[in-house]
Design a protein around this ligand. Structure first.
Ligand SMILES: NC(=O)c1ccc[n+]([C@@H]2O[C@H](COP(=O)([O-])OP(=O)(O)OC[C@H]3O[C@@H](n4cnc5c(N)ncnc54)[C@H](O)[C@@H]3O)[C@@H](O)[C@H]2O)c1
Length: 292
């Protein structure tokens, strides 16, 4: 049985653990948190996992490593130094990082050629995408292997041609979310209505066509060229951006709408996962993705 070592047992690490287990991997999980055993009992009930604070021990004998520790470059550097020293030289070391450059994570690391970003969308066990981002020092065979592993998990790995901070998904998300906050700050729309608006339009559209395919369709038989020249030419307004000093107002409104704390979080997770599972199959995503 192939062995995966997952580093970090937070939101993302636990979800990776379920996914690798469902695909038939032996799962090892490493995290220094004092409540690791309780967390595993609670979050991974029924999933056979070896959990330990000792990263070197968890890494020894791994066939693939998926790091999901804190998003802090100095912590990542330290974790990858340990991983480099305790894994075979054919083992890919993939980071779940949301924005850090693989070349920065791999700085000074003797295993730089094996380090790649494998950025999932939350929760990895359900969302099909994994962005595979090589640094300039990442070996092509490491990228190939990461793509192969993610595909075998039922994911859609998308391989970037080169690294860029935030990669593609989070660069798009940053711009979009900034405009959402701006519109709420401007008093144009409330938090819940904005979410409804997106779910009922762009969210649904982009789940079945990407922005460019939508553009090709939006212009009718004239294609995206017609759309850009016709409708697009009139979109001349300034975008505006949210006032950082007033972000508190937006966060208050989000908390008022959705709540905070364990109970609210669990309720939202259940609703999100239920809806996601309901659409994955009909949209043609592999069964494995929708399994849990
Ligand atoms: N949350 C998201 O939506 C999301 C999505 C995609 C990618 N990511 C990325 O995944 C990674 C994990 O994010 P998260 O949201 O699960 O964070 P989290 O804070 O929920 O979990 C991080 C875990 O890392 C553990 N940790 C701390 N030091 C460690 C060490 N030295 N070795 C091993 N584990 C250690 C912590 O105890 C914690 O359990 C980050 O790089 C993040 O950018 C997050």
């Amino acid at each position: 049985m192939a062995v995966v070592t997952i580093v970090g047992a937070g939101v993302i690490g636990v979800s990776w653990a379920r996914l690798f287990d469902a695909a038939g991997w032996e799962v090892r999980l490493s995290d220094p948190r004092p409540d690791l055993d309780e967390l595993v009992d609670r979050e991974l009930a029924g999933v056979p996992v070896t959990a330990t604070a000792d990263l070197a021990a968890a890494a020894a004998g791994a066939d693939f490593v998926q790091e999901a520790g804190p998003e802090r470059v100095e912590v990542k550097e330290q974790m990858f130094a340990t991983l480099a020293a305790h894994t075979r030289d054919d083992v890919v070391l993939a980071s779940s990082s949301s924005s850090l450059l693989p070349s920065v994570i791999a700085r000074g690391n003797p295993a730089a050629g094996r380090i790649v970003v494998g950025h999932p969308f939350n929760p990895p066990e359900l969302m099909p995408l994994v962005e595979v981002v090589p640094g300039p020092g990442t070996a092509a065979r490491a990228v190939d292997r990461a793509v192969e592993v993610y595909r075998s998990l039922g994911k859609l790995p998308v391989r970037l041609k080169k690294e860029i901070p935030g990669y593609v998904g989070n660069r798009l998300q940053k711009v979009f979310n900034s405009q959402c906050a701006y519109l709420v700050q401007q008093g144009v729309i409330g938090v819940e209505d904005l979410d409804d608006l997106v779910r009922a339009s762009l969210g649904l559209r982009w789940a079945v066509t990407g922005p460019f395919e939508s553009g090709a369709l939006g212009g009718g038989p004239g294609g995206m060229r017609h759309l850009v020249e016709h409708v697009g030419s009139q979109l001349t307004f300034e975008d505006g951006s949210p006032d950082p000093a007033r972000m508190g107002e937006v966060l208050d409104a989000v908390e008022e709408t959705y709540g905070t704390g364990e109970q609210a979080y669990e309720r939202l997770v259940e609703r999100r996962d239920g809806r996601t599972r309901a659409v994955l199959g009909p949209l043609g995503w592999p069964e494995q993705t929708a399994k849990h």
